[in-house]
Design a protein around this ligand. Structure first.
Ligand code: FES
Ligand SMILES: [Fe+2]
Length: 416
């Protein structure tokens, strides 16, 4: 259980909140980069409870401003995007890609234009995504995750996003929970992935061993790693890294898949009650294998891959007839990986926008969740005391798990 006060401290990420201040220390991916075209429609980005406009200028540069026009606040999502600048629809103010006011047609001799500060937030592309930074001062070093540094992102990285109507921590807690795969996703993994037509289909080895024991966690300069007995053994040696702020590496994609194809999940807080979940399949060394690419590429929509129409209103499309014919959850059947993640969506959205943790009854199998929360609470309290943000400017290259689960960051020291 978590007290109401600690829940508030952990989950609230808007401007002026302690966790919001910590979260503003990190770079966040907000869109797939190919959705942002030069001179194309500007895109509204909501991140950590703030609204922005993101666009690609005529010359290909990316820029992100606050959404409201500096003149009188009209939305710049509606603006014209041309000549390496946004031009507001209301009175035609023109703001260059680097944040300078270059024309104010309603005020021919407007003398204050050069004193208006339009903040151009740092934005860059990596791993097939657009990353932004909205903190104060100078941005920290860009995180050198393997999926950000591959030689050929188009061939080696496959990012896909899903919007969730709940707080960011809920989804991360579900990934921290090693017992749920074997239950929630149990038979549906085999059903959902039956198109493989193989006895060795993805997750087949994910035996329904539900009992979790011997959970161990180890602190790292970038977060923590977890090991346990029982549950799915996709990860071989089973050490699962959680990297600040919200990255969770789940290991190899399974048998029959290129042994270096991997998956990582990221949880981007849009505001207190909405988040963007990234599933990023990648291969650090060569193009993603065909099966990995097919499995993770088979999304209904790479920009919002939930099973179409699945929502609280229809119990996330749960089909009781399919359940009586052998499916455990009746959710997302036939949609492959997107179906499995829609099962997670049903669970985390079903807990409410911000889950009440005061009535929980956690046991030893939930130790990883307790550990994850403690890391976050320690991190936010340290930040409140003026200490640096956990994991910022720490080398994260090589963190991940391969097909056989071999940890790429060495054998952890179990003392800590
Ligand atoms: S509000 Fe944008 S130019 Fe006036
Ligand atoms: Fe899950």
């Amino acid at each position: 259980m978590l007290s109401r006060e600690d829940t508030e401290l952990l989950t609230r990420i808007g401007p002026g909140t302690p966790m919001g201040a910590l979260m503003r220390e990190y770079w966040w991916p907000v869109l797939r980069n190919e959705t942002v075209e030069a001179d194309g429609a500007p895109t509204r980005v909501r991140l950590l409870g703030q609204d922005f406009v993101l666009f690609r200028a005529t010359d290909g540069r990316l820029a992100m401003f606050d959404e409201g026009c500096p003149h009188r606040g009209a939305s710049l999502v509606l603006a014209r995007n041309e000549d390496c600048a946004l031009r507001c629809l209301l009175h035609g103010w023109q703001i260059s890609v680097d944040g300078k006011i270059i024309e104010t047609p309603n005020e021919k001799n407007f003398r204050h234009a050069d004193r208006i500060d339009v903040r151009a937030y740092p934005a860059r592309e990596a791993g097939g995504m657009v990353w932004v930074w909205i903190g104060d001062g100078e941005p920290p070093s860009f995180p050198a995750f393997d999926f950000n540094t591959v030689a050929d992102p188009e061939a080696q990285v496959l990012p896909a996003g899903m919007y969730l109507n709940c707080n960011w921590l809920q989804a991360l807690e579900t990934l921290w929970d090693p017992a749920h795969q074997a239950c929630l996703h149990n038979q549906d993994n085999a059903v959902a992935l039956a198109f493989e037509k193989s006895e060795d289909a993805l997750f087949k080895r994910q035996h329904p061993e539900l009992t979790i024991s011997n959970i161990e966690t180890v602190s790292e300069p970038w977060g923590f790693r977890r090991h346990c007995d029982g549950g799915p053994r996709l990860n071989g040696d089973g050490w699962v890294p959680t990297v600040m702020p919200t990255w969770h590496f789940t290991g190899g994609l399974g048998p029959n898949v290129d042994e270096d194809d991997r998956v990582v999940f990221g949880h981007v807080p849009i505001d207190d009650e909405h988040m963007l979940l990234w599933q990023i399949a990648y291969n650090p060394y060569r193009p993603l294998g065909e099966i990995g690419r097919t499995l993770c590429g088979r999304m209904p929509n790479a920009d919002d891959f939930r099973v179409p129409g699945a929502s609280r209103e229809n119990n996330w499309g749960q089909d009781r007839e399919i359940m009586s014919n052998g499916s455990w959850s009746g959710i997302g059947v036939g949609y492959g990986v997107a179906g499995i993640l829609t099962q997670d969506a049903a669970i985390v959205e079903g807990m409410g926008a911000i889950a009440d943790r005061t009535n929980e009854h956690l046991g030893a199998a939930d130790l990883s969740i307790i550990r994850g929360r403690r890391m976050m609470l320690d991190a936010v309290r340290a930040h409140m005391r003026g200490e640096g943000a956990l994991g910022v400017d720490v080398d994260v290259a090589g963190i991940g798990l391969g097909h056989d689960g071999t940890s790429k960051v060495g054998t952890p020291d179990l003392v800590s």
